[in-house]
Design a binder for this molecule. Structure first.
Ligand SMILES: *Cc1c(COP(=O)(O)O)cnc(C)c1O
Length: 351
């Protein structure tokens, strides 16, 4: 730390991304990426766009925004495209949170507390229930801006649309952000509610179901008024937030919806296969509607499992946090990757 760092940042703990090691080839089940390459249409569009990289990208992302809106069944005025969904989440913290506070579960996406801290905002962490669920009633009328990942991470457990709706109804004076990074793997999207609830902001991403984590593309979907506020954050920080290759690739992804749908279906099938195999090995597995499983065993600690798998060339994610330190989060990949995982785990729990 230099002596120049502003006082307000001296206690900041930045987000810790999952490992992206380059030392050897691992089976990567640690950062919830897609195991499948992007759509060929996306790759082709991106390489075409590379030829025009001397120009700034379209700050309005017009073509991509209208195609996205059409895909979601909303108006372009209801959509703001961003540099990953992390950027729209940061915009939401900047735009809608103040000294009245912000609330999110104690076990959820690790970036929420970081966004609160960098924006010098007070926040409350609401404990999940004993069985790692979000209790909607804990969020009724709390007078704070609310962030909920649905399905939640790293548990994978979803809330139903009627539970989300109840939270929206009981907080009419506060924005409720529903982070749908994993919604395409079996969750229920709240996008259908944006016309009815002026306090709803849904965020989604191209990083998981759409195989574009490296391109950085995400979005917010909300009432026109909320999108106007978020657009103000964008034009006050980074007007060209989505680069032109990513924009073109995003259009390609949306022009090839069958490919995304097929990959999501495969991931969901492989998730069920893996869940059953893990349970056969005696693991306790939380009920996941995402592209990962959160699992623990009595035979080894979460850290031991993580280390033993890494030694066998398989990466999973382990969190040192007290309530969840027995668990590992396992991204669901290709069938052969999951078979390799199960084979490795059956050896590991033997010795
Ligand atoms: C992966 C993830 C994101 C962020 O994804 P981007 O790559 O920034 O789009 C947001 N929320 C949750 C819960 C995630 O797991």
């Amino acid at each position: 730390m230099s002596k120049f760092l502003a006082e307000r940042h001296k206690k900041l703990t930045p987000y810790t991304p999952g490992e992206q090691p380059r030392d050897m080839k691992y089976i990567k089940l640690n950062t919830n990426e897609s195991p499948f390459p992007p759509s060929d249409v996306a790759i082709e569009k991106a390489s075409e766009a590379a030829k025009r990289l001397m120009l700034y990208s379209d700050p309005e992302a017009k073509e991509l925004t209208s195609l996205m809106a059409k895909t979601l069944g909303v108006k372009p005025e209801n959509v703001l495209m961003t540099n990953g969904s992390d950027e729209i989440l940061n915009f939401a913290f900047m735009a809608f949170c103040d000294e009245r506070g912000t609330a999110f579960p104690d076990i959820t996406y690790g970036f929420y507390p970081v966004f609160a801290e960098i924006n010098s905002l007070p926040y409350t962490e609401i404990p999940l229930t004993e069985d790692f669920r979000i209790n909607p009633a804990d969020y009724f009328g709390i007078g704070k801006t609310i962030f909920i990942a649905n399905p939640n991470a790293p548990t994978g457990i979803p809330l139903s649309l009627s539970e989300i709706e109840e939270i929206l109804k009981r907080n009419p004076e506060n924005v409720v952000v529903i982070d749908e990074a994993y919604v395409d793997f079996g969750g229920e999207s709240a996008v259908s509610l944006i016309g009815k609830y002026k306090n709803l902001l849904v965020t989604q991403t191209f990083s998981k179901s759409r195989s574009m984590a490296g391109a950085r593309l995400g979005m917010g979907i909300a009432s026109e008024e909320i999108i106007t506020d978020l657009r103000m954050m964008k034009y006050s920080t980074n007007p060209y937030n989505v680069n032109s290759m990513t924009m073109a690739a995003g259009i390609g992804v949306l022009q090839d919806p069958e490919y995304t749908a097929k990959n999501c279906k495969t991931v969901m099938e492989n998730r069920e296969f893996t869940r059953i195999e893990l349970e056969n090995l005696g693991f306790c597995v939380l009920p996941s509607a995402a592209n990962f499983l959160f699992a623990k065993t009595e035979k080894k600690s979460g850290e031991e499992i993580y280390k033993a798998l890494k030694a066998r060339g398989i990466l999973v994610r382990h969190f040192k946090k007290e309530r969840i330190k027995d668990f590992c989060r396992i991204t669901v990949g290709r069938k052969e990757d999951m078979e390799a995982l199960i084979a490795a785990l059956s050896e590991i729990i033997k010795d």
